[in-house]
Write a new protein. Structure first.
Lengths: 954, 166
């Protein structure tokens, strides 16, 4: 039986393994190994990578018609108990896999993030339907062997021939004796031996990196690594011939690995994802989706559903039915429905989010009339995987949705995806540099040149500019190792909101572990892994602007009695576009950055679709791909709009011949370069993960030759591919851009028509956006909003709108603007305020507010309404002693005339007040700080010269 | 205990004026308030929602109670949880203790948990000089605790303690 390596340790044994799981998979293919197993310590996080790599190898072979053995991936993990007992476990079938996942889940959930409290008893109880390969203590120096033998015997008694013992070389000249001893021990215990090279790297060339990983793990410098270093470069993957040479006399142990592999029939492809059944509520999913969608359309179009929209829905539902995605749409609908029942604003985006079905289900508010998107592009038959819908919720209330998911589906059926944190630039330089003993200065200098760091390392001139000698061996070695470590997984973190929800127990599908955040659980696979396995993920994301818009809608309803939703705002309001054309967009979603403000007057948006483009174009992808200038020149009529062909004209027509959206890039590949939809989809995926793996080049060749074949000139083809590359993970799909554009329009509409309410909502949603409260307040005042200061008798925790006495509304700053003020104290001050406080001491006496809080309020000038200046209020606050009032004595002392003599405190200048305002609240309603310096800077201008705008100029 | 309406539970008892335990107001303990309202002869309903005055707020005259018309948007607590959302008119009745008088609820845009007195003229929110029948931004824990008091008909000593702790 052919040899199979069953004990590969990948770099998902963090800071342990020296090679990627994919590298082992490729190496096994090169060795023509029939199978391989990735056995990381108490983890199965890396095995999907190897699985996907092998699938890709098989696909390429199919495409080229070559015949070769593609190794089978065996699921495995190396179980390590808290007291050091080790065993490699390989599930034989689906039951074994479920048991392994549940064993790991229990052990991980008892421990903190990243730890695993596995006991020997757990293995003894739960390791059914698994092959177990025991790692014996050294038979040459058998310390603690007696305890190990007891445990081995227990396992043999329980699991019989499924238990083997590992025979692995140490390359120390004693391997022959070691193998004999292990074989004898196995015979005594009634077990078979199985050979493995126990690789920690796929090739010996990773030895130095392995030592550096050891140094990082142990916080050592390479010079002090001592016996912890690998003693040689032998612990790499070996082919059968090499193994037979090594294990001369024990060849049966080598062959037994193949027998074990044959008994392990489980494949990750067997992991059939089942949608949760709750979402159907007794109906067939497709029937329910059709019913809800048609009802939804009536709700969206109370005056009659347009024929075109009805036709589009029918078409979409047919496609959804054909692909069996109805449960997915229903799951998203369930979450959105919950959010709506709680008054939580949400907006869907992602590949399928802007379909008519999602519009009807309330997942998105972008009308299907917008854009020219074709549903197939997002729900593609070529992609045998669920469509992607991300839903943004108000950032302050997303937790309610998350807890709803846990409550409705149970923690055993729902968990967040992991995000694999990889080594990248700075971290790689810092940690490798430290391990290699570079000085802090050198590490900082190298980090500062990160942007010059290409795939071939840092250019020599750049190193010389830093004062470093590029030929210095230690530095050269370090840079080489940094290159190698980039892309290595460092640890698992929780995905921002990708939930996996299953019908059965999630922990029988994949191990679940605790996240750092209390009450959260994560699975060990990231979004690419679960994508590859066809598992449903719903992204429950948070967006500050949704909080702001909901708060603004509430304020409008309260003060003006008009109820708005994202879908019911008056569309295509020219005043809104006028405002945006003037770059008056502070606080407006997505278009408030300097770059966007600069672009708005040139773009001059006049329609909703212009906003879709606006959102998509000011992104690193289009900017790096040099699409901005051609687009703007064409839009301004300075350059003729031309298309390289009629076919591409159809794709690029709406963006004036310049590709701006990810979908267009895919369409160019299909129409221009003759890609199949499946190839285009793989190109999209490789673009998305391009930064991580850099595997776009294979498509470049295909693209260029395809374009040439279809008669496009080489220069144009190269430019197109450059633009497609530019998208990388930074390009926007049109559907995302349309969803965001709706929020741009909504926030711009609010700012245009209700600037006070918009500013108030924006302040109450902080921290979010680009601008600090001072700038938001200044901008509001420049738009004619009356802003009133924090007042002990009129303010609440939140900023509020109050009657301005002239029939309008004024923005009253809330206690939340004051630094160090707590919400609890502020709310109680308001609760106990009753008919109002009359003096500083009153707040202390009536609300029991501690003196230090009174001082905070005094420093914020919150007592001005009582006639106290900042200093006077502070003087009174400082006079208050004791955490709580002693009323009886206070009354008596008052009566006995022990009042303090009146004092006259020096008045603060305007400048001092401005400074104190900033210290206390980071904003002021007094003069702009520069206004105070104006007479000094321009002495010829009289101080009382030109009247200034309230709050100063921009 | 009597049930009135679809979602509401009425609590009978006597309304106490705010106790002048000290001259500064104590933060309301909802469990204690529950028992007090339960023993009252008036009928009370527990509600969770936002309150906004409607129309112009009448001016304050020192030591004189005020009647302020308002609108409540929220839900009533029943024996099996909260009912459906509603909006209805109510009256805020302020009460005075010497020159200290009750005012409006603390956060106009956020939820309050409150005990509403049922009268022939409609629902009344009594705002004492020291507020004892409303709590702004109540935590889920506190709401759950009050729900269990309602189910049992009484808050226990341990509920009182837990309400203090949360």
């Amino acid at each position: 039986m052919a040899f199979v390596e069953l004990c590969n340790t990948s770099n998902f044994t963090f800071l342990g393994g020296g090679s990627h799981a994919e590298e082992y998979a490729r190496q096994a293919f090169e060795f023509a190994m029939p199978a391989l197993a990735i056995a990381d310590v108490n983890s199965v996080a890396g095995i999907v990578r190897a699985h996907v790599e092998l699938r890709e190898i098989a696909r390429k072979l199919r495409e080229t018609g070559e015949e070769a053995v593609v190794p089978r991936l065996l699921a495995a993990t190396r179980l390590e108990t808290v007291d050091g007992f080790s065993v490699v476990a390989l599930p034989q079938d689906r039951t074994g896999w479920g048991g392994l996942c549940q064993m790991l889940t229990r052990a991980k959930q008892q421990a903190g993030k990243g730890d695993c409290l596995l006991r020997f008893e757990d293995i003894l109880e739960q390791a059914t339907a698994m092959e177990l390969i025991l790692l014996p203590p050294s038979p040459i120096y058998p310390r603690g062997a007696a305890g190990w033998q007891d445990r081995a015997q227990q396992l043999v008694r329980r699991f019989g021939s499924a238990v083997s013992v590992l025979m692995a070389p140490c390359y120390d000249g004693q391997d022959s004796a070691r193998f004999d001893a292990v074989a004898e021990q196995a015979r005594r215990l009634g077990m078979q031996t199985v050979a493995s090279a126990t690789p920690v790297m796929h090739r010996g060339s990773r030895r130095r990196l392995s030592d550096v990983l050891t140094c990082i793990r142990e916080s050592l410098r390479i010079d002090d690594i001592g016996h912890k270093a690998l003693s040689n470069a032998e612990r790499h993957m070996r082919d059968e011939a090499a193994m037979l040479r090594l294990f001369e006399g024990h060849e049966d142990a080598v062959h037994r690995s193949g027998q074990i592999a044959q008994r392990c029939r489980f494949s990750l492809d067997e992991l059939k994802y089942e949608y949760p059944s709750e979402i159907s509520v007794g109906e067939a999913p497709q029937a329910r989706l059709e019913r809800l969608s048609r009802e939804g359309l009536k709700w969206r179009y109370p005056e009659g559903v347009p024929d075109r929209v009805a036709r589009m829905l029918t078409h979409e539902l047919t496609l959804i039915g054909k692909l069996g995605y109805a449960p997915y749409f229903l799951t998203v609908h369930d979450l959105v429905d919950f959010a709506r029942s709680r008054g939580i604003l949400c907006q869907g985006r992602g590949s399928a989010a802007n379909s008519v079905a999602c519009f009807a289900l309330g997942v998105t508010s972008v009308s299907p009339e917008v854009g020219t998107m074709v549903f197939e592009r997002f729900v593609s038959e070529a992609r045998d995987e669920p469509p992607d819908i991300d839903v943004d919720f108000e950032h302050e209330r997303r937790e309610e949705v998350i807890q709803y998911i846990y409550e409705r589906y149970g923690r055993h059926r729902a968990g967040l995806c992991a995000t694999v944190v990889h080594y990248r630039g700075k971290r790689a330089i810092r940690e490798v540099g430290r391990a290699m003993g570079l000085s802090g200065d050198t590490i900082s200098a190298l980090s500062s040149q990160l942007w010059g760091w290409g795939s071939g390392g840092m250019p020599e001139e750049q190193l010389r500019e830093l004062g470093l000698n590029p030929n210095e061996p230690r530095l050269k070695q370090t840079l080489d190792l940094v290159d190698q470590i980039v892309g290595f997984p460092r640890h698992l973190s929780q995905h921002v909101g990708g939930f996996v929800i299953t019908e059965g127990a999630l922990d029988a599908l994949v191990p679940i572990e605790n996240a750092a955040m209390e009450g959260r659980t994560v699975i060990c696979w990231d979004k690419d892994d679960i994508d590859a396995l066809g598992i449903l993920k719903v992204d429950v994301l948070s967006l500050g602007m949704l909080t702001c818009i909901r708060k603004a809608f509430d304020l409008i309803e309260n003060h003006h009695g008009t109820e708005y939703t994202l879908a019911s705002l008056p569309p295509e309001d020219p005043k809104v576009y006028d405002m945006l054309c003037e770059a008056d967009s502070l606080g407006v979603f997505q278009v408030e950055s300097r770059a966007q403000m600069n672009f708005l007057p040139r773009m001059r948006p006049r329609t909703f679709y212009d906003l879709v483009i606006e959102v998509a174009i000011i992104r690193p992808g289009p900017i790096q791909g040099d699409m901005v200038h051609p687009f703007i020149r064409r839009r301004q009529g300075l350059e003729e709009v031309s298309f390289p062909s009629d076919a591409l004209g159809e794709v690029l027509g709406k963006t004036l011949g310049v590709p701006l959206f990810q979908e267009q890039a895919m369409q160019i590949a299909i129409i221009g370069a003759g890609f199949t939809p499946e190839q285009a989809d793989r190109l999209r995926r490789s673009l998305a993960t391009f930064k991580k793996h850099g595997n776009v080049s294979e498509f470049r060749e295909l693209f260029l030759s395809g374009m040439a074949k279809n008669g496009y000139d080489e220069d144009f083809a190269a430019r197109c591919f450059g633009q497609i590359e530019g998208f990388g993970s930074y390009g926007f799909p049109e559907s995302h851009a349309a969803s965001f554009a709706l929020l741009v329009y909504a926030s711009a509409w609010l700012k245009c028509h209700h600037p006070g309410i918009f500013a108030c909502a924006l302040l109450n949603s902080q921290p979010m956006g680009f601008y600090a409260p001072a700038q938001i307040v200044r901008d509001a005042r420049e738009h004619g909003v009356t802003v009133r200061p924090v007042c002990i008798n009129a303010s609440y925790w939140d900023n509020v709108m109050e009657p301005d006495g002239r029939g309008g509304l004024a923005l009253r700053l809330g206690f939340r603007q004051i630094r160090k003020m707590s919400e609890e104290e502020a709310t109680w001050i308001c609760s106990a305020r009753g008919n109002g406080y009359t003096q500083v001491e009153d707040v202390w006496r009536r609300a029991g507010t501690p003196p230090h809080v009174l001082e905070i309020l005094a420093e914020a000038d919150a007592f001005a309404t009582l006639g106290d200046t900042r200093r006077e209020a502070l003087w009174h606050a400082k006079a208050v002693k004791g955490a709580a009032p002693l009323p009886l004595f206070a009354q008596e002392l008052d009566g006995e005339g022990l009042e303090e003599p009146p004092v006259t405190l020096p008045e603060m200048s305007e400048g001092e007040n401005v400074v104190e305002d900033y210290v206390s609240m980071r904003l002021t309603l007094r003069a702009h700080p520069m206004a105070l310096l104006r007479p000094l800077l321009t002495p010829e201008t009289p101080a009382s010269g030109k009247p200034q705008k309230q709050g100063g100029g921009r | 205990m009597k049930l009135a309406g679809l979602f509401s539970l009425m609590i009978a008892g006597l309304l106490f004026a705010a106790e002048a335990r000290a001259l500064s107001c104590l933060r309301p303990n909802l469990a204690e308030a529950f028992n007090r309202f339960q023993d009252s002869e008036d009928t009370y309903i527990i509600a969770l929602g936002k309150i906004r005055p409607t129309g112009t707020e009448p001016p304050y005259t020192e030591g004189k109670p005020r009647t302020i018309p308002a609108k409540l948007t929220g839900r009533f607590m029943g024996l099996d949880g909260f009912g459906a959302d509603f909006t209805r008119e109510l009256t805020i009745q302020t009460h005075c203790l010497a020159h200290w008088c009750g005012g409006l609820p603390a956060t106009p845009n956020e939820d309050h948990l409150m005990f509403l007195r049922r009268t022939d003229a409609g629902l009344v929110l009594d705002m004492q000089a020291c507020p004892d029948g409303t709590l702004s931004l109540p935590s889920e824990d506190r709401i759950d605790l009050l729900q269990s008091c309602l189910t049992r008909g009484k808050c226990t000593e341990s509920d009182l303690q837990k309400m203090e702790d949360r």
